[in-house]
Each structure stands twice: as C-alpha cells, then as structure tokens.
Design a protein around this ligand. Structure first.
Ligand code: R5P
Length: 300
C-alpha cells in the first residue's frame, strides 16, 4: 500500500510540492476547532496498517505544536504502522543551553515531545550548535537534508563573482560548505546580540570583497537584525549590495520589510517555511530523505 501523505494546516503547498517527487496517496487531514479553541484532527482514509508522512511548517511553533502532536497521535491510534514527520524547519534548536539563570534547555523538552508521537523525522539543517546531533535530543531516527548543495547551485547560476559572508560564528558551517561547493572565498563575521532586536557584527575584511558580490548566508532569519547589521558593515567597507540567503525564512513581524529596506540587492530563501522570498526548492531532497526513512520502516 502507498504511504499516506498528510499536510498540517499551512503546509498544504509544501506537501503538494513534496508529493510530486513521491509515489504516495494524498490523504485528508482536517482540524476541527471547537468554539473553546480545542482542536480535533480527523484523518481520511484511516491509515490502518499504512505508513504516514505528516508534513508541517513549524514557524510559530507554539501555535502549531499541539495540533501536530494530536494529529500524529490520532494517526497512531488509527493504526498507522509508521509515522514519519516531515518538518523542513525544526524549531527550538537555538535554545540549546541555559543562557540566563532560571531558564532550561527547551530544545530537549521539545524534542522529547515530538519523539513521543512519531517513528522518524526528516528535516533541513537544524540549528546544531551546542547540540551536535539530533540523536542527542531526539529518541527517534532522523535524517537531515543539507541545504548547502541547493544554495550553492542557486549562487552558481545567479551570482557573478560571489564571496560568501557568514554573519556570525554559528553560520560558519553553512558559509564554509556553500563556498567550497561554489568554489569561491568566504569570510565569517562575529556577532554580539544584546537583545532580540539589538545586534552588532564585526567589519568584514574589505580586500576580500573587491570586485565581488557578497552573499550573506545564514540558517535562520527571524528578526533579520543579524542580516541587517551585516549588510550595514558591508556598506561601511564599500562592498556591493549583498544578496541575502536564508535557509529558514521565519521573518518575524516587520523583519522582511526591514531587510529589504537595508540596501540589499536581493533576499532569497529555501522553501522550508512558506514565504514570499522562497526561491530555492528543497522538496526533491526532502522527498528522497523521506523515502529512505520509509524504507527503514519495519514491514507491516
Ligand atoms: C543564530 O545564531 C542563527 O544562526 C541566526 O543568526 C539567528 O537566528 C538570526 O536571528 P535574527 O534574524 O533575529 O537576527
């Protein structure tokens, strides 16, 4: 029997793109909201004995997590033999340490909750920094799809004489990999964050930028203040207007408008979170990873 593909609300377009690369049946997942705000997922056809691929766009995760947990749990209750969550953006990975007294490592708690309702997980470039691997916090199998090959292909096609700029130390893993695949130089700035929207970054070395188009690459753009600060420093040293590339386009509040107004040439993102800036398609790679996760499934 073909796997049943289900989309959480808001992930329908993502699931449709994903389904073009997979031999699966599109099921219907509806989420009834009771007047008091509780939700009741309904899955048709019932997934008895079948593998389920459940696709969700987890930007604004607190608004969506309970419904995802309930939908996966209902799929299990209805007899799904294997549940693979396809979460192109995996949230909560940045809270990977205690930064202030009284806080906790919420990445762990989030991971425990998701691990309790599925058998496997497919995602794109989670923010692995102090947590080095998803296996440290997720108890289910997972596969990480790297965005770098698709980002590098986009840059090769669209940007003449690029130089990759990582706006902070944590972005080095993406900047270095993308630069190696493009075959161009890269540099990484250092960042100090004083608040959610208060960010300062160091100046890039101007000699590296001469005659090149800077391409800012970061995994997550949330308030966009990191990218804006980096774009400001590039301007200070007389570099060309940068192309900004985000793996995960969260763009909270006014972030997209603020970045577009910061003297940048273009803003492009991967389609892990549905957004107007999406221009780099990762669904073929996600579908291939999901197939591997399904193949690893125990037979019914
Ligand atoms: C954190 O280190 C991430 O890699 C990003 O740099 C960060 O999430 C960007 O946040 P914002 O867009 O709010 O400056």
């Amino acid at each position: 029997m073909k796997p049943l593909l289900l989309a959480m609300p808001g992930a329908e377009a993502l699931a449709a793109a994903f389904s073009r690369h997979l031999d699966c049946e599109a099921g219907a997942l509806t989420l009834h909201r009771f007047p008091d705000g509780e939700s009741c997922p309904q899955i048709l056809p019932e997934p008895r004995g079948r593998a389920v691929l459940l696709v969700a766009a987890l930007d604004h995760p607190d608004d969506k997590l309970l419904a995802l947990y309930l939908a996966a749990s209902v799929a299990r209750e209805l007899g799904a033999r294997r549940i693979v969550l396809v979460l192109p953006y995996l949230p909560y990975m940045r809270q990977d340490a205690v930064f202030q007294p009284g806080q906790g490592i919420t990445a762990r708690h989030f991971a425990r909750l998701l691990s309790s309702c599925c058998d496997a997980l497919v995602t794109v470039d989670p923010h692995l920094h102090r947590i080095l691997s998803l296996d440290e916090v997720y108890s289910v199998a997972s596969e990480v799809v790297p965005a770098a090959p698709s980002i590098a292909a986009w840059i090769r096609d669209k940007v003449a004489n690029p130089v990759i700029v990582g706006p902070d130390g944590e972005s080095e893993q993406w900047a270095a990999q993308v630069a190696a695949l493009v075959g161009c130089p890269y540099t990484v700035l250092s960042k100090v964050r004083r608040g959610d929207r208060e960010v300062a970054v160091s100046q890039p070395p101007s000699q590296l930028l001469t005659g090149r188009t800077p391409v800012l690459v970061d995994d997550i753009v949330s308030t966009a203040r990191t990218m804006v600060a980096a774009a400001g420093q590039l301007q200070q040293v007389g570099a060309s207007a940068p192309v900004c590339i985000a793996v995960h386009a969260l763009f909270a509040g006014d972030a997209y408008a603020v970045l577009q107004g910061a003297g940048v040439a273009q803003v492009v993102s991967c389609n892990t979170v549905p957004h107007a800036s999406n221009g780099i398609d990762l669904t073929p790679a996600l579908a291939a990873a999901a197939l591997r996760m399904l193949a690893a499934a125990p037979s019914a």
